[in-house]
Structures are given as C-alpha cells and as structure tokens.
Design a protein around this ligand. Structure first.
Ligand code: ACO
Length: 368
C-alpha cells in the first residue's frame, strides 16, 4: 500500500496588515484586550479584488515549485474553504483553471476551520488506496468579506490567507500516519453565516439584519474548543500507534492562544512544542494550519523524519487531528519551469474560454 508524503508546501497572504491599533480606531476595543484575550496582534486583509482563489493559486504555485511538479502532474485539487467565491462552482475549479491542472479533478470541502485536516485525510486516503498519485490540498480564505466590521466580538479574530501542500504517493514508509474526524451538528448555530444559503436566501431583509456576516457565540465555541483539542490529539496519536514523546511538533488551528495553552496543559506538553503564529495572522480558518506548516518548514523547525500532529476545530461543529512524518524536499532529476507553466496556464485558460464561446456560437446556429 503506498504512503502519502508531504512533498510540497506554499503560502500566500495579502500585503495589507490590520493591527489591533488600527482596530481601536473603528471599534471600541484595545490592543491590550485583544492580545490578552486572544494573543492576536495583527492580521492580513485582502484587497477588494483579491479573491479566495487568487490567494489559493499563489500558495499552490509555491507548493508545486517545492514539490518540483508541473500542474499537469496533479490528479486532484481539494480546496478547504469557509469563504468560497460562489455557492457553485467550487473554488477548487477556479484554481484548477488558473493553474492549468489539465488532469485534475477538483472540489471544495466545507468543514470550517477543521477543513484542512479533513481534506488532508481525504487526500491521503485516496493516495493510500492506490487510486491517485499527486494531490494538491489547499486551505484558502477571505474571511474579511464575511466579517461585520462593527462587531467587536468577531472582527478582531479573523484574517485572510492561503496555504497549500502537495501530497505524493511513494512506496517508502512515511507521510500521513493517522487521522480522526468528528462532528456535532447540534452546535451548528454557535458559529454560522446565517444567510446566503438555501434556508435564508439573500434578500433585502437578510442584508438589513446582517445575516451574511459571521455570527458567533464566542464563549461556547471557546468551551468546545478547549474540550476537543487535547482529546483529538490523543486519539490521533493513539491511532498512529505512537507516543506523545515521539511527537516533535503540534501544529494547531490558530484561533486563540488561550485555546492552544489549554490544549498544551491538557496534553501536559510545553507550549514551545506548539507551532504558533496567530499573533501575525489571526484566525485564517482553513488556511491557518497550512500557513503554520509552511513557516515551520521554512525556518527549519520541521526536519526530515519529525513526527507531528495537526489539530483543529471549527463551525459545524467539527474537529479533528492528523499525525504525519515530515518528508521534506524530494531529490528530483527533472527541471521545472514555474514561469513557463504560469504563462501556459493563462494562455490555455484564455483559449479554452474563447473556444467554449465559439463552440456555443456554432452549436447555437446549428440548433437554432
Ligand atoms: N474589545 C473589548 N471588549 C470586548 C471585545 C473587544 N474586541 N469583545 C468583547 N468584549 C467584551 C464583551 O462585550 C464583554 O463585556 P461585558 O462583560 O461588559 O459584557 C467582555 O468583553 C467579555 O466578553 P466575552 O465574549 O464573554 O469574552 P470571552 O472571554 O468569551 O472572549 C473571545 C471572547 C476572545 C472571542 C473568546 O470567546 C474566543 O476566542 N472564543 C473562541 C472563538 C473562536 O475561536 N472562533 C473561531 C472558531 S473556528 C471557525 O470555524 C471559524
């Protein structure tokens, strides 16, 4: 049975930084309060025309470069996102087009902030079954578009960004070892964007009531998160047949430092073994774990052979954890040409759109 190795990683965050001091100017809050209650100091905010798929594509190009793959090598793209560009088509399909991933299937996965763990597990299972070789797993968000900037309970928490990893099949042992996924829909109303779906379609009334924004019972979500983080980590480790001492790094969903500290206490693991970067990005939902992976890989914290745990929670309610062994950059004897692939992808996309239009005209004429 093949193994699913992490062989590529990449991230992309908007340039615009929104600090706690900036927030002090628009809502009644303080840098002190936000840092003390969440650990967050600043977050990145996308430009108006910078969409979820754009951030995802930048992260994906970076991940493909590290993995030394060309877009046509990808068999499947899974985009975990809480802020898709549309109800449909899937954001993953927009990414497929922009990358020119001609052979890839593509779909979105909706499990809120646990989405990246769910997606990685799905991708790893597909590889382990032998049906796929190269899967691109992305977590990408523009949460700033769904935040009510007058609601101090939520707007201080979230940020925008994307992270991507490449999972590749190999007969050499390593990569993803185990995963657990959980859900409890009885807590669905604790964290929700109430309108815009089929239950409350967009209307003047839903817009006036601010129902297209994130609504959250922060206290209850906090209680739930502190309960499940340590528990899911233990389950994943047990299922991997390893011990806590074997785990070099825990890479948690970056929602709140106090939640991560509670998990560390629950697991009796020093906070230093957790990868934490939420002070710079806030909560980027599905993107938070892959962004943290990228930073830990780039600064050398993740070394070949290291065992690590990903753990997260989110709306749904959902939660989960995954254990894996770090592979790092693979030796490759072929040359890749990222600039050329980008050019080809853009040209291909343009020609495909043109061809679809021409085809429409031809068929329209024939049937009309
Ligand atoms: N600045 C100053 N005061 C504030 C702010 C703010 N930004 N926000 C709330 N307060 C006030 C409240 O009004 C309240 O005042 P009151 O006592 O006079 O009524 C007081 O601070 C306490 O408010 P709580 O909401 O009870 O504070 P809490 O201790 O719960 O902390 C927080 C709030 C930080 C949001 C916390 O609940 C939390 O982090 N929850 C988890 C949220 C989370 O992780 N969500 C993401 C899930 S992942 C996903 O799927 C997207």
């Amino acid at each position: 049975m093949p193994f699913a190795h992490i062989t590529g990683w990449g991230m992309a965050v908007p340039e615009q930084v929104l600090t706690n001091f900036d927030l002090e100017k628009i809502i009644e809050t303080s840098d002190n309060w936000i840092v003390e209650m969440t650990g967050i100091k600043e977050r990145r905010i996308a430009e108006k025309d910078q969409t979820t798929s754009m951030l995802a594509v930048e992260a994906a190009w970076n991940a493909l470069s590290v993995a030394k793959l060309k877009p046509a090598d990808i068999d499947l793209i899974i985009c975990a996102t809480s802020t898709p560009e549309y109800l449909f088509p899937a954001t993953a399909c927009l990414i497929q087009d922009r990358l020119g991933a001609t052979k890839a299937g593509a779909f979105d996965l909706s499990a809120a902030c646990s989405g990246f763990i769910y997606a990685m597990n799905m991708a790893a299972q597909a590889i382990r079954s032998g049906s796929l070789n190269n899967v691109l797993v992305i977590g990408a968000e523009t949460l700033s578009q769904f935040v009510d900037w007058s609601d101090r309970n939520t707007c201080i928490l979230f940020g925008d960004g994307a992270g991507a990893i490449v999972l590749q099949s190999s007969e050499i042992p390593g990569g993803v070892i185990s995963a657990v996924m959980h859900s409890d829909g009885s807590g669905a109303d604790l964290l929700t964007v109430p309108a815009g779906g089929s239950k409350n379609p967009a209307s003047e009334e839903t817009i006036r009531a601010g129902m297209h924004y994130i609504h959250m019972d922060g206290r209850e979500v906090f209680r739930f998160a502190t309960r499940v983080m340590a528990q899911a980590t233990r389950e994943a480790i047990l299922s991997a047949g390893i011990l806590m001492e074997d785990v070099k790094w825990i890479i948690p969903h970056q929602a709140n430092l106090r939640i991560i500290e509670a998990a560390a206490r629950g697991l009796k693991v020093p906070l230093e073994r957790f990868v934490v970067n939420l002070e710079r990005y806030g909560n980027t939902s599905t993107a938070s774990i892959p962004i943290a992976i990228c930073e830990a890989a780039s600064d050398g914290r993740l070394q070949k052979g290291d065992k690590f745990v990903l753990v997260g929670f989110g709306a749904g309610l959902t939660w989960g954890a995954l254990t894996a062994q770090w592979t790092g950059v693979l030796e490759a004897d072929h040359v890749i040409r990222p600039t050329y692939y980008r050019f080809i992808a853009r040209t291909r996309s343009f020609l495909r759109r043109l061809w679809l239009r021409i085809e429409g005209i031809i068929w329209g004429r024939n049937t009309g």
